[in-house]
Design a protein around this ligand. Structure first.
Ligand SMILES: [Zn+2]
Length: 118
């Protein structure tokens, strides 16, 4: 069996077999004013859990009465998902795209094209 690919965590710098892509949802709610924000993070499983907990703690105050209905269930779902083994699908796809972009130069593509037509 092939060993899982380790990727350096952009947050802590440690190599990890579990880089997660997570959408962190933040909310500011003051009865007459509501504002929300979604940001995507790519971090190892440990950093992802810390970020989810930090975001949840901040949103207890900022989302006030909506916290148990929106932020809490979202955070629990993301926290549980952060325990899944392996990298997120989007992280793997980005790496494959990056590898392809680096390895297939126009010259190499021409050579491949010539070989296909032999
Ligand atoms: Zn990390």
């Amino acid at each position: 069996m092939q060993a899982p690919l380790k990727i350096k965590c952009p947050q802590c710098g440690q190599p990890s077999e579990n880089i997660k892509r997570t959408n962190i949802f933040s909310m500011f709610f003051l009865i007459v004013v509501a504002r929300w924000q979604m940001r995507t993070i790519n971090m190892c499983d440990e950093c992802t859990r810390q970020e989810i907990l930090k975001n949840g703690a901040i949103n207890i105050l900022t989302s006030n009465i909506l916290f148990p209905f929106i932020i809490l269930p979202t955070s629990i779902y993301q926290y549980v998902r952060s325990h899944e083994k392996g990298h997120s699908k989007g992280v793997v796809e980005d790496i494959m795209t990056s590898i392809k972009a680096q390895q297939i130069t126009p010259e190499f593509a021409n050579q491949l094209d010539k070989i296909r037509h032999l």
